[in-house]
Design a protein around this ligand. Structure first.
Ligand code: NAD
Ligand code: MLT
Length: 310
């Protein structure tokens, strides 16, 4: 057992068990960047979720590191340029939490439509306010899906089962693929104009940063509802807060934030905004899937093989 692997965010036991068959594994989930820099030099591989910022400093200090594994989809917490410069293989586990994030999105959409979190909080304060929490039906409403990849497509399948009309925008997906799922691909500005509910499922990249902003919100239907279970920063939080306060946006559901935890977000103060602390991938099944996937890829790379998702 010559390989040493550092796991710096919580990883499901199923993944740790696989790693331990071949490697010495240290699980240390409380390390600051300085502590990570001090210790990383001893390890051949580093496995993270989204909690660890794998900065250029950390990567440069990892003299022996050959593999960085991300137990999840987004690799935005890993400095990819620094890793590439050092010839380190970075792999993620993009499929293991697709259904978890999809189901979280559906839960957010239904909660938004029926004011479930607000009504729950109210009743637990011993109130009985039935008219305050009048909802809307999703049946026959138009869902606009921005980013029609793994999660966007799974969301569409479930929304179709609720008899919603689905439209999507994704510059890299064909009309034919969308049509197979009963979804119409539209230009982004048209999607914004026709959707009753908008959900974003893109990575956070230059092109998608603040794609929902004051200007685009102004073109949306009055009373639109907006969901983000993808990445903080796709929505301009200040613009969304203003639009919910003004009533232009009837409600928003957010699992992710520009800064996490979102201590200063104006959205936390607004009752018609419902929030969860980045729980999209937090199911037993998803965490097992992603842990097994990165563990297997880690061993494969350390043994001279390839990673599946690079
Ligand atoms: P994916 O790569 O399968 O799909 C992303 C889609 O976005 C692709 O089809 C791509 O073509 C499209 N896209 C790229 N640029 C675009 C643009 N400018 N405009 C519109 N579409 C664009 O990814 P996925 O697995 O579906 O994940 C989607 C997002 O959800 C990612 O940001 C991922 O990190 C996030 N995620 C969050 C959680 C959570 O816990 N909340 C869990 C899993 C994934
Ligand atoms: C992901 O990108 O996979 C999600 O944000 C979930 C996570 O961070 O674990």
């Amino acid at each position: 057992m010559s390989y040493r692997v550092l796991v710096s965010d919580p990883l499901a036991d199923e993944g740790l068990d696989i790693l331990r068959e071949f490697c010495n594994v240290d699980v240390r989930t409380d390390l600051s960047e300085d502590q990570l820099v001090e210790t990383i030099g001893e390890y051949d591989a580093l496995l993270v979720r989204s909690g660890t910022e794998v900065t250029a400093r950390v990567i440069d200090a990892g003299a022996k590191i050959r593999f960085i594994g991300r137990a999840g989809a987004g690799v935005d917490n890993i400095d990819m340029d620094a890793a590439t410069r050092r010839g380190i293989i970075v792999a993620n586990a993009p499929e293991g939490n697709t259904l978890a994030a999809t189901e979280h999105t559906m839960a957010m959409m239904l909660s938004l439509a029926r004011n479930i979190p607000q009504a729950n909080a109210s009743l637990k304060k011993k109130e009985w306010k039935r008219s305050k929490f009048m909802g809307v039906e999703l049946n026959d409403k138009t869902l606009g899906i921005v980013g029609f990849g793994r999660i966007g497509q799974e969301v569409a399948k479930r929304a179709r089962a609720l008899e919603m009309k689905c439209v999507a925008y994704d510059p890299f997906i064909s009309k034919e693929r969308a049509a197979q799922l009963g979804v119409e691909l539209l230009p982004l500005d048209e999607l914004f104009r026709v959707a009753d509910v908008i959900t974003v499922h893109t990575p956070l990249i230059k092109e998608t940063r603040h794609v929902i902003n004051a200007k685009s919100i102004a073109t949306m239907k009055d009373g639109v509802r907006i969901i983000n279970c993808a990445r903080g920063g796709i929505i301009d939080e200040a613009a969304l807060a203003d639009a919910v306060k003004s009533g232009k946006v009837a409600g928003a559901a957010l699992d992710v934030f520009e800064e996490e935890p979102p201590t200063a977000s104006p959205l936390l103060e607004i009752d018609r905004v419902i929030v969860t602390p980045h729980l999209g991938a937090s199911t037993v099944e998803a965490q097992k899937n992603v842990a097994i996937s990165v563990a297997r890829q880690c061993i494969s790379v350390l043994e001279g093989g390839a990673a599946k998702y690079v």
